[in-house]
Ligand binder design. Structure first.
Ligand SMILES: *Cc1c(COP(=O)(O)O)cnc(C)c1O
Length: 436
């Protein structure tokens, strides 16, 4: 069954997360500061103290296209690994856009349409979020304008086509159509872009338009809230208590969506799983970033967010998991990481693609590059179980399929894929420009 409510973990935490700050006054932002960018209903959800938020009927009607999603046991992978562990994965790739992103795109488009907004702007990395929002806008009669990170725009032309099929306008970012993009292009005409730059461009255009708003695909509390449909379903579907829960983290939304309902049960003392986030070695905000106030975008248009960050103008190497190339992390998850509520590890992309190929050859689904990070750690955990003889129950999030990522699989299979070393100096250099 599709859950009737999203779950808000904030009131269950031992301490509330630090608030976003206005970049000029350095005081907590109020609803009025956010109103040019977001509809009031989403601003309310961003700061909500309610544990459960009812999912509107109009949203449930669209969710029904692909929800509830399956929770599957990876028996053939278990057998191939020779592990006593039981591996379960919650598969979100059956949505129209092929990932978990429509879980929040649909309510975001719905609330904007209900408040009279004409157009939504956004950024997209791998094109997953852009295609999800383009789909959702089409459902509710909204225009959609997307800034797509140049590295992905060039690597993944068919994600751009998918957005255009849904009726969206797509620009490669950095683009000459905004001041923020033009400024980057003036210094670096060959810039491969970053999510931070693309956010600046989308925010700039939304802020300038009367009936134009901005939509973010991850990071913010309301996005994580919407994604909890994943974990609520999984909690009802999984017939046993998980020992380990593993998810990949870009901005943190699919991870939070799966784990928050399980964390509620853990906080209540009913289960006791180890929870582990997996991030790319090329963009390691939890494992090598600092916990500090920083901008969510490169140009510094957004409020200051207290989060694990590599610095707002850090440009990650062009790894194929474009959805994980974000300099920061969800402030809510960052706060919970500081509270010790979960662990984090990082993985290089060749290890991840190896896991992706292994998964495809046993379970049949070709994973998106992002969840191959979770699969690589799931396989590593299952192999540790093989060593120790423990029959742990491992739950992971398979948050999207990789049908638009076959060029990346080609590079892996032909041996042309590289791992990028990330020297400490590059992180230090970007961190030196944190707002004081
Ligand atoms: C966007 C995306 C991610 C990364 O975003 P999160 O907010 O961390 O979930 C991961 N996997 C897929 C398939 C994506 O589309």
């Amino acid at each position: 069954m599709i859950p009737s409510h999203w779950y808000n973990i904030v009131p269950d935490l031992p301490a509330p997360p630090p608030p976003p700050l206005h970049p000029a006054t350095r005081r907590p932002v109020g609803p009025g500061d956010l109103a040019p960018l977001f509809p009031m209903e989403l601003i309310g959800q961003e700061v909500s103290g309610e544990r459960f938020v009812a999912i509107p009927q109009e949203v449930l009607d669209v969710y029904r296209l692909w929800r509830p999603t399956p929770l599957l046991r990876a028996r053939r992978l278990e057998k191939a690994l020779g592990t006593p562990a039981r591996i379960y994965y919650k598969y979100e790739g059956g949505s129209p856009a092929g990932s978990h992103k429509p879980n929040t795109a649909v309510p975001q488009a719905y609330y904007n349409a209900r408040e009279g907004v004409r157009k939504l702007t956004t950024e997209t990395g791998a094109g997953q979020w852009g295609s999800a929002l383009a789909f959702a806008c089409a459902q509710f009669g909204l225009e959609c304008e997307v800034w797509m990170v140049r590295a992905s725009y060039d690597q993944k032309p068919y994600r751009r086509s998918l957005m255009q099929v849904y009726g969206a306008t797509v620009h490669a970012s950095p683009s000459p159509v905004t001041k923020a993009g033009s400024r980057v292009l003036a210094d670096a005409p060959d810039s491969t872009g970053s999510l931070g730059i693309a956010i600046s461009e989308a925010v700039e255009v939304a802020g300038a338009g009367e009936d134009v708003r901005y939509a973010l695909g991850s990071v913010l509390n309301h996005v994580l809230l919407h994604q909890t449909v994943i974990g609520e379903e999984a909690l009802a579907q999984l017939g046993e208590a998980p020992d380990v829960i593993i998810g990949c983290t870009g901005g943190g939304s699919n991870f939070a969506g799966l784990v928050f309902p399980f964390l509620r049960e853990k906080l209540a003392g009913r289960i006791d799983p180890v929870i582990r986030a997996v991030e790319p070695a090329a963009c390691p905000s939890f494992t090598r970033g600092v916990y500090a106030y920083d901008f969510g975008d490169t140009a510094g248009f957004t409020p200051l967010l207290k989060m694990h960050t590599l610095g707002h103008d850090f440009v990650p190497d062009p790894i194929h998991a474009g959805g994980l190339r974000y300099h920061g992390m969800s402030p809510l998850l960052s706060h919970m990481y500081e509270l010790g509520m979960f662990e984090a590890v990082s993985k290089s992309q060749t290890e991840c693609f190896e896991a992706g190929v292994r998964f495809a050859r046993t379970e049949g689904i070709v994973p998106a590059p992002e969840p191959t990070h979770a699969l690589a750690e799931t396989i590593a955990e299952a192999l540790r179980c093989k060593e120790s003889g423990e029959a742990k129950v491992i739950l992971t999030a398979l948050c999207g399929h990789g049908h638009f990522d076959l060029a990346a699989y080609d590079r892996y299979l032909s041996g042309a894929m590289e791992d990028f070393a990330l020297p400490q100096e590059r992180i230090d250099e970007a961190l030196a420009r944190l707002p004081g």
